[in-house]
Design a protein around this ligand. Structure first.
Ligand code: AMP
Length: 217
C-alpha cells in the first residue's frame, strides 16, 4: 500500500496523468478527481456550467478559476476522499494552488505529494493527436502506442472510442503553450514547499507506473 495518498498529478496534457491514475485507482482505494472529466460530463449533461466551460476548452484555454475552484472544494469535502485522492488536472494556476491550500486547511485534506509528469514536447504532441478516449469509461488508448484490440472499441467496457475535440493538432499546441505559461510556475510553487516529486513519463506505462509507486511509497 502506498504511504502518500493525498495527491496532485501535475504535468502537461498528454503526459499520462489520466492513464496512470486509472492504473493506480485499480490498485489503491483512492478517489480520482479529474477536472477535465467533470467538465466533459457537464457538457454531455447540457448544464450551464458545461456550456460556459466548453468555449474555453474548445479553444485550448483554461476555464476561469472561479468555475473550477468551488467544484473541487465541493468534491474534496465528500466523505469518500478521506482515504485519499488524486487531483488530476487541478490546480493549473498559482491562484488555484493557493485556493487549494485554503480548501485543504478547511477540510483537513492536506497534500502529501505533488507528482510532476515529465515528458518532451514532441512526444506529448504525438500522444495527444493520436489519443482515443472511451465515451463510456474514459479509458485512453493511442493509435500509435497503445491500440485497442478492436478498432474503435474500448478493451475494458466495449464503449465507443472517439478523438477528443481538443486533441486536434492546433488545440493541442495551444494547450501546451497555456501549460508552459500558466501551469509550469506551479513547479516552483510546490518545490518551494517540499511536496514535488518528479517522474519520467516518457517511459512505457509499466515503467512509469513503477516510478510513480516508488515516489508514493
Ligand atoms: P484535461 O482533461 O485535464 O486535459 O482538461 C481539458 C480542458 O478542461 C482544459 O484544456 C481546460 O480547458 C479545462 N480544465 C480542466 N481542468 C482545469 C483547471 N484546473 N483549470 C482550468 N481549466 C481546466
Amino acid at each position: 500500500m502506498i504511504r502518500k495518498r493525498n495527491l496532485v498529478f501535475l504535468g502537461p496534457p498528454g503526459a499520462g496523468k489520466g492513464t496512470l491514475s486509472e492504473i493506480l485507482i485499480n490498485d489503491e482505494k483512492l478517489v480520482h478527481i479529474s477536472t477535465g472529466d467533470i467538465f466533459r460530463a457537464e457538457i454531455r449533461n447540457g448544464t450551464a456550467l458545461g456550456s460556459e466551460a466548453k468555449a474555453y476548452m474548445d479553444a485550448g484555454k483554461l476555464v476561469p478559476d472561479r468555475l473550477v475552484v468551488d467544484m473541487v472544494a465541493a468534491r474534496l469535502a465528500k466523505e469518500d476522499c478521506a482515504c485519499g485522492f488524486i487531483l488530476d488536472g487541478f490546480p493549473r494556476t498559482v491562484v488555484q494552488a493557493e485556493m487549494l491550500n485554503e480548501i485543504a486547511g478547511k477540510t483537513g485534506r492536506g497534500l502529501d505529494c505533488v507528482v510532476l509528469f515529465d515528458a518532451p514536447r514532441d512526444l506529448l504532441i504525438q500522444r495527444l493527436t493520436a489519443r482515443l478516449t472511451c465515451r463510456n469509461c474514459k479509458a485512453n488508448f493511442n493509435k500509435l502506442f497503445s491500440k485497442p484490440r478492436k478498432e474503435g472499441v474500448c478493451d475494458h467496457c466495449g464503449g465507443e472510442l472517439y478523438q477528443r475535440s481538443d486533441d486536434s493538432l492546433e488545440t493541442a499546441q495551444n494547450r501546451l503553450k497555456v501549460y508552459e505559461e500558466q501551469t509550469a510556475p506551479l513547479i516552483d510553487f510546490y518545490t518551494g514547499n517540499g511536496l514535488l516529486a518528479r517522474i519520467d513519463s516518457s517511459l512505457p506505462k509499466d515503467r512509469a507506473y513503477a516510478a510513480l509507486l516508488a515516489v508514493l511509497s
